[in-house]
Design a protein around this ligand. Structure first.
Ligand code: HAM
Length: 428
C-alpha cells in the first residue's frame, strides 16, 4: 500500500498553492497597514501552556490535543492555536517592557484531533493577530474593522459578523447561577454533550449546534443583562464605534466561544450556507490570559481566521483567487547547439525580474510552442541559427499572435515594453 498523508491532513500543490500565497499576501498586507508585525513561535509547546491558557475543561484541551512525550519524558503538544503561544512568548521576552500596545500577526499550521469533515482538519492553517497592552474598546473596534478589511481584501463579500460580550469573571459568576437555574429543569431535553457541559461550563450549552438544544434553551437568560457597569459600558462603546464606522454586525446572545480565556468582547465570522463548519474566524478579548500563565496583568485581544474555510467560502462565492501561473516569457530553442545562448537569454530575463522559463525535455520547436501556450506564456522568444548569427531574437506575442524581430542588444527594454503593452491591452 502506498503511504498517504495522515487522516485530516492534506497536501497543497500548485496551482492551488498560488491561491494560498495570494490569500496570505493580502492578509499580511492589511495587517501591515494596521500596524501589526509578524511573530513566529514553535509548532509545539509545553502541554501545560495550553492546559492553563486555553483551559482544561475546553474541548480543545480535553479531547483534541496532539500531546506526546519526547525522549526525555517531557509532555509536549502540537499547538492547537496561537494565542497562548503569543502570551508565552511575550512573557519570555518581556516584550511588554517596550512600546505598547504590542501588535502581532501570525500565519501557520495548527493541530487539533477532531473528526475530519468538510472545513475541519487535523492540521489546518490560521491567520491571526493579537494586541497586548490596551483595554480600550477602540482597540476591539479596530480589530473588528481590520477583520472586515481582511475579508474584503480577499474578495469575500458574503459573511456575517456576530458579536457578544462575555463580561468579566464577576459578571459571569452571577449569570452562571441564573443560567443553571434555567437549565436544570430542562436538562433532559439537551443533547448528551450539553448535559455534561451544563455541569462543567453551562455557558457552552448556549452555542451548541444541535437543533434540540436550540429549541430547549429558547428564552434563556441573557448574559448582556448581567454585565457589570464597566463591562456594559465597554461593550456599548465597541458597538457604537462599529456602527459609526459603518461595520455591519449582529449582537448574538448565544455566542460564548469555546476557549476559556475570553473576557468582554467575543466575536465570530460566519458564512451562511457553507455547512456545519460555518465559522471562518473567531476571537475576542482575553484580559486575564497573560496573568494566568504567570505574566504581568496585561489585557489582550485578538482573532484567528481559518484559511481552509476562507478558501471554501471563496469557492462557494465563485470568487477567483489567482490560479494560473504567471509565466511572462518562454525561451524556445530551435536547435540543440543554441541551448547555451538560450540559457544566457533566460538568465538575463530573470536578472531583469521577468518571469521566464525554457524547455528542459529536448522537445521539438512545435512542441515547445505548445508547451508555452499551455503554460500561459505571454511572449515566446525563438533562438535559432538566423537569430544567433545576425544578433537578434524572434518574439511571438501569444496574445495577438504578432511576430517581430528584436535586436539582441536592446532585448530587455523591448521585452519589458511588450509585456507592459499586453497588460494594458488585457486590462481594457
Ligand atoms: P478558534 O475559534 O478555535 O479560535 O479558531 C479560529 C478559526 O480557526 C475558526 O473560526 C476556524 O475557521 C478555524 N479552525 C478551528 N479549528 C479548525 C479545524 N479543525 N479545521 C479547520 N479550521 C479550523 C482560536 O483559535 C483563537 N486562538 C482565536 C483568537 C485569537 N482569540 C483571540 N486571539
Amino acid at each position: 500500500m502506498p503511504i498517504k498523508a495522515p487522516r485530516g491532513t492534506y497536501d497543497i500543490l500548485p496551482p492551488d498553492s498560488r491561491k494560498w500565497q495570494a490569500m496570505e499576501q493580502s492578509l499580511k498586507r492589511v495587517a501591515h497597514i494596521y500596524g501589526y508585525e509578524e511573530i513566529r513561535t514553535p509548532v509545539f509547546e509545553h502541554t501545560e501552556l495550553f492546559e492553563r491558557g486555553v483551559g482544561e475543561g475546553t474541548d480543545i484541551v480535553s479531547k483534541e490535543m496532539y500531546t506526546f512525550f519526547d525522549k526525555s519524558g517531557r509532555s509536549l503538544t502540537l499547538r492547537p492555536e496561537m494565542t497562548a503561544s503569543c502570551a508565552r512568548a511575550l512573557i519570555e521576552h518581556s516584550a511588554h517592557t517596550g512600546l505598547l500596545p504590542l501588535k502581532w500577526f501570525y500565519c501557520g499550521p495548527m493541530f487539533r484531533y477532531d473528526r475530519p469533515q468538510s472545513g475541519r482538519y487535523r492540521q489546518f492553517h490560521q491567520f491571526g493577530a493579537e494586541v497586548f497592552g490596551s483595554s480600550s474598546p477602540l482597540v476591539d473596534a479596530e480589530v473588528l474593522m481590520m477583520v472586515v478589511r481582511m475579508l474584503q481584501s480577499i474578495g469575500l463579500t458574503e459573511y456575517l459578523l456576530h458579536i457578544n460580550s462575555v463580561g468579566c469573571p464577576s459578571c459571569r459568576d452571577s449569570y452562571r447561577q441564573e443560567l443553571l437555574d434555567f437549565i436544570n429543569p430542562i436538562v433532559n431535553d439537551l443533547c448528551p454533550d450539553c448535559r455534561q457541559r451544563s455541569r462543567a461550563n453551562p455557558l457552552r450549552v448556549l452555542d451548541c449546534k444541535e437543533s434540540r438544544c436550540h429549541e430547549a434553551i429558547k428564552g434563556h437568560p441573557r448574559l448582556l443583562d448581567h454585565l457589570c457597569s464597566g463591562c456594559a459600558r465597554h461593550y456599548q462603546r465597541v458597538r457604537d464605534t462599529l456602527t459609526r464606522q459603518g461595520i455591519c454586525f449582529e449582537h448574538d446572545d448565544r455566542l460564548v466561544r469555546g476557549l476559556d480565556y475570553y473576557t468582554n468582547t467575543a466575536f465570530e465570522i460566519h458564512i451562511p450556507g457553507i455547512g456545519a463548519q460555518s465559522a471562518v474566524g473567531g476571537g475576542g478579548r482575553y484580559n486575564g490570559l497573560v496573568k494566568a500563565i504567570e505574566g504581568p496583568d496585561l489585557p489582550g485581544i485578538g482573532f484567528a481566521l481559518g484559511l481552509e474555510r476562507l478558501l471554501l467560502a471563496l469557492e462557494k462565492q465563485d470568487s477567483a483567487l489567482p490560479g494560473k501561473r504567471d509565466l511572462e516569457v518562454f525561451v524556445a530553442v530551435m536547435e540543440a547547439e543554441y541551448e547555451d545562448e538560450a540559457v544566457t537569454i533566460l538568465q538575463q530575463l530573470r536578472d531583469a525580474g521577468i518571469v521566464a522559463d525554457k524547455d528542459y525535455l529536448e522537445r521539438k520547436a512545435r512542441a515547445q510552442l505548445k508547451y508555452a501556450d499551455k503554460s500561459g506564456a505571454a511572449l515566446v522568444l525563438f533562438v535559432g541559427a538566423d537569430e544567433v548569427k545576425q544578433g537578434f531574437v524572434t518574439v511571438r506575442n501569444m496574445i495577438n499572435k504578432e511576430q517581430t524581430a528584436i535586436l539582441r542588444t536592446g532585448l530587455i527594454p523591448a521585452i519589458t515594453r511588450l509585456l507592459h503593452h499586453n497588460e494594458e491591452a488585457q486590462a481594457q
